[in-house]
Design a protein around this ligand. Structure first.
Ligand code: FRU
Length: 480
């Protein structure tokens, strides 16, 4: 069953017709992937195929809110320069008519296989979901084979986001699910030929977390080996805020442990959030051509009032994070901005040795909202250290061993904050790109990702300290 090209062409033409308006927005990012028009959410189908990286994304081209999703499509040779190409999937069949929802891609027999969820609202207004397959020989045109998995007994239609991988001579798929008791879960399927899939059972779920549980639905699961651990990334819905943690509407994080595929069981520890900022959800990983485990996430979050995004008036909302390399160290995932990003540095840079004692220093730099900043701390006997640019403030409070990121609310009605604990601060790396910021602390021990809508050229980067601190600072203007 081939896709009707008319809907794909309609989306593509709509994008072209709106390009001038969208790109006039001063909040467009320079080195992040964004909605070309309309709304973008999850990264999908991140894969290396025939010498290039393909990255698909949940896309509602026609509106800046959620709706009938397409799979938008970016391609790259080097993970930093991306080219938008025609959408891979349009919601045009009975089994995906209300959205080609999230999923993954693998390469088999030199063909690209994509697995996604067909989202359907039936005539009674109820949700149906089908796990579907589409195949491409050239990486551009996709042939839909239709549903390969129907809803199993014991689960509600909140059953979606298939992630496929190869392990122990078999194909496996994890799917985000909700049991009929309204508990979140991840289920496992196995296949020899990628078309016939057998249900293996529930691999993990809310019930593993005692009476408190862990939400009512786990979206976008991703299972892979990292270091000596089996990591399961999940995006749970329904967690209550817990002090500094779980303060976004939905969370994204991981479990680590050991999977026994034969008995379909997973011994794992606690749930850890992957990012401490405001905008990070539905991350997806892939294995790079050189074996690195790469992660990219939606730099947004569900139901956070898309209409309030200042970019909506330019007919686009949302972006993805920079790609990150994952490392598993001391029982914890660390995220590093991919090395390739150093190619974005220009010769327009400053390298300083700074010593501060109860004072403020402004970095004399023609701050244009797009830069990379790195600080290596050499001496520390301070109770507080702050970095400020535009309306963003990052604070490390030594007395409580707390990091805080502050930003102006999107509706401009005051400041909002996110926090995390960190036992000491030794290194800070900041990627600023017009309306986004990503902060990596202690070489990826913690990260904060956020969209920031402040004015360009607001002056300086200011460092402020209470107590004594000495550090090396490097700042680069990045290619735009
Ligand atoms: C996560 C999610 C997925 C779903 C997709 C729809 O953000 O809700 O579970 O497949 O977005 O766009």
């Amino acid at each position: 069953m081939n896709q009707s090209t008319s809907l794909i062409t309609k989306a593509w033409n709509y994008m072209k017709d709106h390009q001038e308006h969208v790109t006039a927005d001063p909040y467009r990012l320079h080195y992040h992937l964004m909605a070309p028009v309309g709304l973008l959410n999850d990264p999908n189908g991140f894969v290396f195929f025939q010498g290039r990286y393909h990255l698909f994304f949940q896309w509602n081209p026609f509106e800046t809110n959620h709706g009938k999703k397409f799979w938008g499509h970016y391609i790259s040779d080097d993970l930093i320069h991306w080219k938008l190409t025609t959408p891979a999937l349009a919601p045009d069949q009975w089994y995906d008519k209300d959205g080609c929802y999230s999923g993954s891609a693998i390469v088999n027999d030199d063909k690209l296989y994509i697995f996604y969820t067909g989202n359907v609202k039936n005539k009674h207004g109820d949700r149906e979901s089908y796990q579907c397959l589409a195949i491409s020989k050239d990486g551009h045109h996709f042939y839909k084979e239709g549903p390969i998995i129907h809803l199993p007994d014991g689960y509600t239609p909140h059953f979606r986001d298939p992630k496929v991988f190869y392990k122990n001579n078999s194909w496996y798929m994890v799917v985000g699910a909700q049991t009929q008791n309204l508990e979140s879960a991840v289920v496992l399927y196995a296949s020899k030929d990628l078309r016939q899939w057998t249900f293996q059972g529930k691999l993990a779920g809310s019930a593993d977390f005692g009476t408190e549980g862990l939400g009512y639905m786990w979206e976008c699961p991703d299972l892979f080996e990292l270091g000596d651990s089996d990591i399961l990334i999940i995006s749970p819905q329904g967690l209550e805020p817990n002090g500094y943690y779980f303060n976004n509407i939905y969370q994204a994080g991981y479990l680590s442990g050991s999977v026994d595929y034969a008995s379909v069981s997973y011994e794992h520890g606690e749930f850890n959030e992957l990012d401490r900022g405001f905008d990070f959800y539905a991350p997806q990983t892939t294995e790079a051509s050189d074996g690195r485990r790469l992660l990219i996430a939606w730099m947004g979050n569900a139901e956070d009032g898309e209409t309030q995004h200042p970019t909506a008036k330019y007919d686009w909302v949302h972006a993805l994070t920079v790609p990150r390399t994952l490392e598993y160290k001391d029982g914890k995932i660390r995220q590093h901005p991919i090395e390739e990003l150093t190619k974005l540095r220009t010769s327009d840079c400053s390298h300083l040795h700074v010593t501060l004692k109860d004072e403020e220093k402004k970095l004399k730099y023609p701050y244009d909202n797009t830069f990379e900043l790195q600080l290596s701390i050499e001496e520390w006997s301070a109770s507080r250290f702050q970095i400020m640019f535009g309306t963003t403030t990052f604070t490390y409070d030594e007395t409580t061993r707390t990091c805080t990121l502050e930003r102006m609310r999107f509706d401009q009605k005051g400041i909002e904050k996110r926090h995390c604990h960190l036992s000491a601060l030794s290194h800070i790396q900041v990627y600023k790109d017009t309306s986004s910021v990503e902060v990596f602390l202690n070489k990826g021990e913690e990260t904060f990702s956020a969209r920031i809508f402040d004015k360009a050229n607001e002056g300086h980067i200011t460092f402020r300290t209470e107590g004594h601190i000495a550090f090396k600072a490097h700042q680069w203007k990045l290619k735009t």
